[in-house]
Design a protein around this ligand. Structure first.
Ligand SMILES: [Zn+2]
Length: 136
């Protein structure tokens, strides 16, 4: 666990990344750079660089955020989140504790897990199979 202070995180993250990753914010649906993104590669934590998701587990949920049916084993940690007047499962980066999004189960998507990891684009970076990093 990387223990950084808020000021240290502010120095390395953009204001929008800080709001989402450290203050558990949510980007507006349909605005994230990885929502409709479909290249082959690996998604990593934008804060600490830990690998989180492979493109082979990404699917089009139509929800407005990047969706994955499974994470790289051990890469994300689940927490019960009782904010917003409902109980949801929050997911954070296991390495740095940064907020990624939420997991929803049993929605009937035709995936092997019937889970939807709904992840904010700004919480991730992407490196393609050609080794190219995707930047804004
Ligand atoms: Zn991280």
């Amino acid at each position: 666990m990387t223990a950084k202070t808020d000021n240290e995180w502010r120095a390395v993250l953009s204001p929008e990344q800080f709001r989402v990753i450290r203050q558990k914010g949510t980007e507006h649906p349909g605005t994230g750079k990885f929502d409709k993104f479909d290249k082959e590669g690996v998604y990593s934590c934008a804060a600490c660089g830990a690998e989180l998701y492979k493109s082979t587990t990404k699917f089009n949920s139509g929800c407005g955020w990047p969706a994955f049916f499974d994470a790289i084993p051990g890469a994300v940690t689940r927490h019960e989140d009782k904010s917003m007047f409902m109980t949801r499962i929050e997911i954070t980066c296991t390495s740095c504790g940064g907020h990624l999004g939420h997991v929803f189960k049993g929605e009937g998507f035709p995936t092997p897990t019937d889970e939807r990891h709904c992840v904010n684009s700004v919480s991730m970076t992407f490196v393609g199979e050609d080794g190219k990093k995707e930047i804004d």
